[in-house]
Design a protein around this ligand. Structure first.
Ligand code: KIV
Ligand code: ZN
Length: 513
């Protein structure tokens, strides 16, 4: 019988540490609910002690998301463990995830403590966490640059103290598959009480080896794999969940001894949701979920595909839910058709939400002949992004061009008040941003600006995302329109609305590694 591999998703913790990818509570909750539909086994949803906003987001997920184990991260100190427990205690199945470095370089330079003191700290932390819950995961940070004998001693001691999962992260993405596999195998053979815990791996992608290292670890004894949607994460990211999941299925001849319980038909939707809410575009050639993954360009390939799909395609798009909404809609599509398409894509809206969405759909359909599933996804992400509206865009007019002074007239509405502002700038977008700053009274720093076409053709929907920094907080704003200036303005205004909401709610996040 094949053995189960537990899928531990850290998109909302390590994934959220991707530079600029900050989420608010509502966005985190949306993603966590979608991860539950994907049927991941464990959702690591944050590092509760890091900020009040992070704490509240983890708490909301613990209360509302049913099914998966809900894990929170904590350093090996009581304050972190207390905060973690406070945030996750209402989960159906809470897990405290304690981490402490074990490599000489981290112990000496980062923690400035000797190995024996740290071993003691690790054991005490596990004992302390055990007072709250039986499910305690212990990570030996930077395991792949640690000494094997020392790791074996730490692992034996923390399992004795009650750790139920032992994670051996490749924190800096340094491992190569065979060595990593050998490390796992040696630990499995040497640690006398290892059978009392599940061995887990967590691979970073600095050398582009995170997925293969994770798969090799499975073959050498690991039974939990930590991975993130779209491979996002600190620096070059973490192992991509969708790649591990699909590799295990497509090559089940090779991975026949193992299985996972993911509902892979939710992969496409989860991937798009994470990309839109975090403002991190999916590379077109990304394995499994990039738009080119199922596109055939060469004439010889197209001919082969028409004769037999399997000539050039090993993954059926339906496996990842990629064909969820292939029908395109037009301005004549009624409410029923639009609602039906949304439902096929997994979105169920209440009447008010649907009416707001439908108005934006009609607006788009008027400008664009065919509205494709990707457009609906982008519009939906845009609508989700407006969960905390303060100012809404009523009117926008801009002037640009090589011989004119770039200017913008912006009209915003806030409840019953209407504000109109005219400004100039280095270009029409800059001018509109200046006008928005004047109206809203805040002036964030634009750290990043990104624009992509959601579909192809001259009437393609443009999706803009911006990373804004204001008073030490960084957020992502996004907006869509067939007009790229309007998309850029919507993205900026979305960011400003979020910053205003943060100011009111004290919501904001920070991460570890
Ligand atoms: O990369 C790492 O070591 C981590 C730990 C906190 C598990 O993210
Ligand atoms: Zn990590």
């Amino acid at each position: 019988m094949s053995e189960k591999i537990y899928i531990f998703d850290s998109t909302l913790r390590d994934g959220e540490q991707t530079p600029g990818a900050r989420l608010n509570k509502e966005e985190k909750l949306k993603i966590a609910k979608q991860l539950a539909k994907l049927n991941v086994d464990i959702i690591e949803c944050g590092f509760p002690v890091s900020s009040p906003g992070e704490f509240k987001a983890v708490q909301a997920i613990a209360k509302e998301v049913k099914g998966p184990v809900i894990a929170g991260l904590a350093r090996a100190v009581q304050g972190d463990i207390d905060a973690c427990w406070e945030a996750i205690k209402e989960a159906e199945r809470p897990r405290i995830h304690v981490f402490l470095a074990s490599s000489p370089i981290h112990m000496q330079y980062k923690l400035r403590k000797d190995p024996e003191t740290l071993l003691y700290m690790g054991v005490e932390a596990v004992k302390y966490a055990k007072r709250y819950t039986h499910d305690v995961q212990y990570s030996l940070e930077d395991a792949t640059r640690s000494e094997l004998d020392y790791m074996c001693r730490v692992i034996e001691a923390v399992i004795k103290a009650g750790a139920t999962v032992i994670n051996l992260p490749d924190t800096v993405g340094y491992a190569v598959p065979e060595q990593y596999g050998e490390m796992i195998r040696k630990i499995m053979n040497r640690v006398p009480n290892i059978d009392k815990a599940i061995v887990s791996v967590h691979c970073h992608n600095d050398l582009g080896l995170a997925v293969i290292n994770s798969l090799t670890a499975i073959q050498n004894g690991a039974r939990q794999v930590e991975c993130n949607i779209n491979g996002i994460g600190e620096r070059a990211g973490n192992a991509a969940l969708e790649e591990i999941a699909v590799a295990m299925l497509i090559r089940k001849d090779y991975f026949q001894d193992f299985h996972h319980d993911l509902n892979t038909r939710e992969i496409y939707k989860t991937s798009r949701l994470v990309s839109s809410l975090m403002g991190i575009p999916i590379p077109i050639n990304k394995a499994v979920i990039g738009v080119n993954a199922f596109t055939h360009s060469s004439g010889i390939h197209q001919d082969g595909i028409l004769k037999n799909m399997q000539t050039y395609e090993i993954i059926n798009a339906e496996l990842i839910g990629g064909k969820a909404g292939q029908m395109s809609l037009t301005a004549r599509s009624g409410r029923h058709a639009v609602r039906h398409e949304l439902q096929k894509m997994g979105y169920t809206l209440d009447d008010n939400e649907f009416e707001a969405f439908y108005a934006r759909f009609l607006d788009l359909a008027d400008r664009k002949k065919d509205v494709h599933p990707e457009d609906l996804e982008a519009l939906m992400a845009d609508s989700l992004a407006y969960t905390v509206p303060t100012f809404s865009l009523e009117y926008l007019q801009t002037v640009g061009g090589s011989k004119s002074i770039p200017a913008a007239v912006v009209k915003l509405k806030k409840e019953d008040q209407v504000f109109i502002q005219t400004e100039t700038g280095t270009g029409p977008i800059d001018a509109a941003y200046n006008a928005i700053n004047k109206i809203t009274g805040i002036q964030p720093r634009l750290e990043k600006y990104n624009l992509r076409g959601v579909t192809e053709g001259r009437d393609a929907l443009g999706e803009a995302s911006v990373v804004l920094e204001y008073q030490g907080r960084t957020i992502v704003g996004r907006g869509t329109s067939t007009d790229i200036i309007e998309a850029s303005v919507r993205a900026y205004l979305n960011g400003i609305n979020k910053l205003l909401a943060l100011r009111t709610n004290g919501n904001g996040t920070a991460g570890t590694n």
